[in-house]
Design a protein around this ligand. Structure first.
Ligand code: ZN
Length: 289
Protein backbone atom coordinates (compact mmCIF):
# COMPACT_ATOMS: atom_id res chain seq x y z
CA UNK A 1 0.00 0.00 0.00
CA UNK A 2 1.09 3.57 -0.72
CA UNK A 3 0.09 5.84 2.14
CA UNK A 4 0.01 9.62 1.86
CA UNK A 5 -1.03 12.69 3.80
CA UNK A 6 -3.11 15.03 1.67
CA UNK A 7 -5.13 18.21 1.84
CA UNK A 8 -8.22 19.06 -0.18
CA UNK A 9 -9.66 22.56 -0.62
CA UNK A 10 -7.74 23.94 2.33
CA UNK A 11 -9.31 21.44 4.76
CA UNK A 12 -7.33 19.76 7.52
CA UNK A 13 -4.68 17.32 6.33
CA UNK A 14 -5.72 13.67 6.48
CA UNK A 15 -4.06 10.32 5.81
CA UNK A 16 -5.03 8.40 2.71
CA UNK A 17 -4.24 5.52 0.40
CA UNK A 18 -2.75 6.49 -2.95
CA UNK A 19 -4.43 4.54 -5.76
CA UNK A 20 -3.62 4.87 -9.49
CA UNK A 21 -4.92 8.40 -10.14
CA UNK A 22 -6.93 8.93 -6.98
CA UNK A 23 -6.68 9.06 -3.20
CA UNK A 24 -8.94 7.36 -0.66
CA UNK A 25 -9.14 9.44 2.51
CA UNK A 26 -9.00 7.61 5.84
CA UNK A 27 -10.42 10.30 8.16
CA UNK A 28 -13.87 8.79 7.60
CA UNK A 29 -12.58 5.48 8.97
CA UNK A 30 -11.47 7.26 12.12
CA UNK A 31 -7.77 7.86 11.43
CA UNK A 32 -6.77 11.45 12.06
CA UNK A 33 -3.13 11.41 10.91
CA UNK A 34 -0.41 9.18 9.54
CA UNK A 35 1.03 8.77 13.05
CA UNK A 36 -2.38 7.64 14.29
CA UNK A 37 -2.62 5.23 11.36
CA UNK A 38 0.82 3.73 12.01
CA UNK A 39 0.12 3.36 15.74
CA UNK A 40 -3.15 1.52 15.08
CA UNK A 41 -2.05 -0.32 11.93
CA UNK A 42 -3.16 -3.77 13.15
CA UNK A 43 -6.67 -2.37 13.35
CA UNK A 44 -6.39 -0.14 10.27
CA UNK A 45 -5.06 -2.64 7.77
CA UNK A 46 -8.06 -5.02 7.60
CA UNK A 47 -10.43 -2.06 7.62
CA UNK A 48 -8.63 -0.46 4.68
CA UNK A 49 -8.47 -3.72 2.74
CA UNK A 50 -12.19 -4.19 3.21
CA UNK A 51 -13.38 -0.61 2.60
CA UNK A 52 -10.83 1.23 0.46
CA UNK A 53 -10.36 -1.54 -2.07
CA UNK A 54 -14.11 -2.19 -2.39
CA UNK A 55 -15.57 -1.38 -5.85
CA UNK A 56 -17.77 1.41 -4.45
CA UNK A 57 -15.10 3.04 -2.27
CA UNK A 58 -15.16 6.84 -2.09
CA UNK A 59 -12.08 8.42 -3.63
CA UNK A 60 -11.03 11.83 -4.85
CA UNK A 61 -8.94 12.51 -7.97
CA UNK A 62 -5.24 12.83 -7.22
CA UNK A 63 -5.16 16.01 -9.33
CA UNK A 64 -7.64 17.70 -6.96
CA UNK A 65 -5.55 17.30 -3.78
CA UNK A 66 -2.24 18.55 -2.49
CA UNK A 67 0.12 15.90 -1.18
CA UNK A 68 1.99 16.89 1.97
CA UNK A 69 4.93 15.06 3.50
CA UNK A 70 3.50 11.65 4.52
CA UNK A 71 4.46 12.50 8.12
CA UNK A 72 4.37 16.31 8.22
CA UNK A 73 5.83 16.54 11.75
CA UNK A 74 7.78 13.40 12.61
CA UNK A 75 8.68 12.87 16.26
CA UNK A 76 12.20 11.94 15.21
CA UNK A 77 13.94 12.48 11.89
CA UNK A 78 17.18 10.54 12.18
CA UNK A 79 19.89 10.60 9.52
CA UNK A 80 22.87 8.36 8.88
CA UNK A 81 25.98 10.06 7.48
CA UNK A 82 28.66 8.55 5.22
CA UNK A 83 26.75 5.30 4.76
CA UNK A 84 27.87 4.61 1.17
CA UNK A 85 31.54 3.74 0.73
CA UNK A 86 32.01 5.87 -2.41
CA UNK A 87 30.40 8.89 -0.71
CA UNK A 88 32.71 8.61 2.31
CA UNK A 89 35.68 8.49 -0.06
CA UNK A 90 34.52 11.48 -2.16
CA UNK A 91 34.03 13.42 1.10
CA UNK A 92 37.65 12.77 2.03
CA UNK A 93 36.58 10.98 5.21
CA UNK A 94 37.35 7.53 6.56
CA UNK A 95 34.96 4.64 5.97
CA UNK A 96 33.09 4.64 9.29
CA UNK A 97 33.27 1.69 11.67
CA UNK A 98 30.41 3.05 13.76
CA UNK A 99 27.37 4.73 12.19
CA UNK A 100 27.51 8.54 12.08
CA UNK A 101 24.13 9.80 13.30
CA UNK A 102 22.62 13.27 13.17
CA UNK A 103 19.09 14.58 12.89
CA UNK A 104 16.83 17.08 11.24
CA UNK A 105 14.12 18.94 13.15
CA UNK A 106 10.43 18.62 12.24
CA UNK A 107 10.44 22.26 11.06
CA UNK A 108 12.69 21.29 8.12
CA UNK A 109 10.17 18.83 6.64
CA UNK A 110 8.36 19.66 3.38
CA UNK A 111 6.27 17.53 1.04
CA UNK A 112 6.52 16.63 -2.64
CA UNK A 113 6.40 19.64 -4.95
CA UNK A 114 7.12 22.14 -2.17
CA UNK A 115 10.02 24.50 -2.72
CA UNK A 116 13.41 24.11 -1.07
CA UNK A 117 14.43 27.62 -0.03
CA UNK A 118 18.13 28.36 -0.39
CA UNK A 119 19.12 30.27 2.74
CA UNK A 120 20.65 33.72 2.51
CA UNK A 121 23.39 32.64 4.92
CA UNK A 122 24.80 29.73 2.89
CA UNK A 123 26.83 29.75 -0.31
CA UNK A 124 27.11 25.97 -0.60
CA UNK A 125 23.61 24.40 -0.60
CA UNK A 126 23.68 20.79 -1.75
CA UNK A 127 21.43 17.78 -2.41
CA UNK A 128 21.48 14.15 -1.17
CA UNK A 129 19.23 11.34 -2.47
CA UNK A 130 18.33 8.92 0.33
CA UNK A 131 16.12 5.93 1.06
CA UNK A 132 14.41 6.17 4.45
CA UNK A 133 12.63 3.61 6.56
CA UNK A 134 9.73 4.36 8.88
CA UNK A 135 9.37 2.69 12.26
CA UNK A 136 6.12 0.80 12.94
CA UNK A 137 6.24 -0.99 16.26
CA UNK A 138 8.58 0.90 18.55
CA UNK A 139 11.00 -0.44 21.10
CA UNK A 140 14.30 -0.24 22.95
CA UNK A 141 17.22 -2.69 22.63
CA UNK A 142 15.81 -4.22 19.48
CA UNK A 143 18.11 -6.91 18.11
CA UNK A 144 19.11 -6.86 14.44
CA UNK A 145 17.41 -10.20 13.82
CA UNK A 146 14.02 -8.69 14.70
CA UNK A 147 14.31 -5.68 12.36
CA UNK A 148 11.39 -6.66 10.14
CA UNK A 149 8.99 -6.59 13.11
CA UNK A 150 9.74 -2.86 13.52
CA UNK A 151 9.81 -1.46 9.97
CA UNK A 152 6.48 -0.05 8.86
CA UNK A 153 7.55 1.03 5.39
CA UNK A 154 9.89 3.00 3.17
CA UNK A 155 9.99 6.45 1.64
CA UNK A 156 12.26 8.98 -0.05
CA UNK A 157 14.28 11.81 1.50
CA UNK A 158 16.35 14.57 -0.04
CA UNK A 159 18.86 15.40 2.71
CA UNK A 160 19.46 19.00 1.61
CA UNK A 161 22.63 20.30 3.24
CA UNK A 162 24.35 23.68 3.55
CA UNK A 163 27.96 22.47 3.33
CA UNK A 164 29.57 25.65 4.65
CA UNK A 165 27.41 25.60 7.80
CA UNK A 166 27.61 21.79 8.11
CA UNK A 167 31.41 21.69 7.99
CA UNK A 168 31.99 24.78 10.15
CA UNK A 169 32.05 22.60 13.29
CA UNK A 170 32.26 18.88 14.07
CA UNK A 171 28.49 18.75 14.59
CA UNK A 172 26.61 18.68 11.28
CA UNK A 173 23.17 19.52 12.59
CA UNK A 174 23.05 23.25 11.83
CA UNK A 175 23.86 22.72 8.16
CA UNK A 176 21.26 19.99 7.84
CA UNK A 177 18.18 21.44 9.43
CA UNK A 178 17.38 24.76 7.77
CA UNK A 179 13.65 25.18 7.12
CA UNK A 180 12.67 23.21 3.94
CA UNK A 181 15.84 21.06 4.04
CA UNK A 182 13.97 17.76 4.51
CA UNK A 183 11.81 16.99 1.46
CA UNK A 184 9.97 13.76 2.29
CA UNK A 185 7.61 11.49 0.33
CA UNK A 186 5.58 11.33 -1.78
CA UNK A 187 4.26 8.16 -0.09
CA UNK A 188 5.17 5.62 2.54
CA UNK A 189 5.27 2.26 0.77
CA UNK A 190 4.35 -0.41 3.30
CA UNK A 191 7.05 -2.96 4.06
CA UNK A 192 5.11 -5.91 2.60
CA UNK A 193 5.51 -4.35 -0.86
CA UNK A 194 9.31 -4.08 -0.72
CA UNK A 195 10.78 -7.56 -0.53
CA UNK A 196 14.40 -6.37 -0.26
CA UNK A 197 15.05 -2.73 0.69
CA UNK A 198 18.78 -3.40 0.19
CA UNK A 199 18.42 -3.86 -3.58
CA UNK A 200 16.80 -0.65 -4.82
CA UNK A 201 18.17 1.60 -7.54
CA UNK A 202 18.51 5.18 -6.26
CA UNK A 203 19.24 8.29 -8.29
CA UNK A 204 18.98 12.06 -8.31
CA UNK A 205 18.63 14.31 -11.32
CA UNK A 206 18.39 18.06 -11.62
CA UNK A 207 16.86 20.08 -14.40
CA UNK A 208 18.48 23.51 -14.28
CA UNK A 209 16.67 26.77 -15.05
CA UNK A 210 18.15 26.67 -18.56
CA UNK A 211 16.48 23.34 -19.24
CA UNK A 212 19.35 20.84 -19.20
CA UNK A 213 18.78 17.69 -17.13
CA UNK A 214 21.71 15.97 -15.47
CA UNK A 215 21.75 12.74 -13.46
CA UNK A 216 24.12 13.53 -10.59
CA UNK A 217 23.72 10.49 -8.34
CA UNK A 218 23.08 6.89 -9.37
CA UNK A 219 23.58 3.86 -7.15
CA UNK A 220 21.76 1.02 -5.42
CA UNK A 221 20.89 0.53 -1.74
CA UNK A 222 22.92 -2.70 -1.76
CA UNK A 223 25.94 -0.40 -1.38
CA UNK A 224 24.86 0.74 2.11
CA UNK A 225 27.62 0.16 4.68
CA UNK A 226 25.30 -0.11 7.70
CA UNK A 227 22.10 -1.85 6.68
CA UNK A 228 18.69 -1.51 8.28
CA UNK A 229 19.00 -4.38 10.82
CA UNK A 230 22.18 -3.05 12.42
CA UNK A 231 20.95 0.55 12.27
CA UNK A 232 17.83 -0.42 14.24
CA UNK A 233 19.91 -2.30 16.79
CA UNK A 234 22.40 0.57 17.11
CA UNK A 235 19.83 3.37 17.41
CA UNK A 236 17.56 1.51 19.83
CA UNK A 237 20.54 0.68 22.06
CA UNK A 238 20.48 4.38 22.99
CA UNK A 239 16.90 5.60 22.70
CA UNK A 240 13.38 4.28 22.23
CA UNK A 241 12.29 4.07 18.63
CA UNK A 242 8.65 5.12 18.31
CA UNK A 243 6.00 4.56 15.65
CA UNK A 244 6.49 6.98 12.76
CA UNK A 245 10.15 7.76 13.48
CA UNK A 246 12.01 8.29 10.21
CA UNK A 247 15.52 6.99 9.61
CA UNK A 248 17.18 8.27 6.44
CA UNK A 249 19.93 5.84 5.51
CA UNK A 250 22.52 8.07 3.82
CA UNK A 251 23.45 9.15 0.31
CA UNK A 252 25.62 7.64 -2.44
CA UNK A 253 28.40 9.49 -4.27
CA UNK A 254 27.82 12.36 -6.69
CA UNK A 255 26.84 15.12 -4.26
CA UNK A 256 27.48 18.70 -5.36
CA UNK A 257 30.37 19.67 -3.11
CA UNK A 258 32.49 16.67 -4.15
CA UNK A 259 32.08 17.24 -7.89
CA UNK A 260 34.78 18.92 -9.96
CA UNK A 261 33.80 21.67 -10.37
CA UNK A 262 31.33 21.69 -7.46
CA UNK A 263 27.64 21.76 -8.41
CA UNK A 264 25.68 23.57 -5.70
CA UNK A 265 21.93 24.15 -5.80
CA UNK A 266 20.72 27.21 -7.67
CA UNK A 267 17.36 28.98 -7.83
CA UNK A 268 15.32 27.48 -10.66
CA UNK A 269 16.72 23.95 -10.22
CA UNK A 270 14.16 21.17 -10.22
CA UNK A 271 15.36 18.16 -8.18
CA UNK A 272 14.00 14.64 -8.57
CA UNK A 273 15.04 11.78 -6.30
CA UNK A 274 14.00 8.44 -7.76
CA UNK A 275 14.02 5.11 -5.90
CA UNK A 276 12.94 1.82 -7.40
CA UNK A 277 9.54 0.68 -6.00
CA UNK A 278 9.18 3.90 -3.97
CA UNK A 279 8.52 6.46 -6.71
CA UNK A 280 9.86 9.95 -7.30
CA UNK A 281 10.24 12.94 -4.99
CA UNK A 282 10.32 16.21 -6.92
CA UNK A 283 11.11 19.60 -5.38
CA UNK A 284 11.85 22.95 -7.03
CA UNK A 285 14.53 25.24 -5.62
CA UNK A 286 14.04 28.95 -4.92
CA UNK A 287 16.06 31.69 -3.26
CA UNK A 288 15.18 33.09 0.16
CA UNK A 289 13.68 36.57 -0.12
ZN1 ZN B 1 22.54 12.53 4.17
Amino acid sequence: MRLVTFQQNGRSPEPGVLLQQSVAGLAGLGFSSMLDLIERWDQARPLIEQRVFAPDAATVPLASVRLLAPIPRPRKFICVGLNYRDHAIESGLEIPKIPTIFNKFATSVIGPGAAVILPRNSERPDYEAEMAFVIGKGGRHITAAHWRDHVFGYTIVNDVSARDIQMATSQWLMGKTFDTFAPLGPAIVTANEVSDPHALDISLRITAAGGATETLQSSNTRELIFKIPELIEFLSSVFTLEPGDIVSTGTPSGVGFARKPPRYLRPGDDMVVSIQSLGELRNPVIAEN
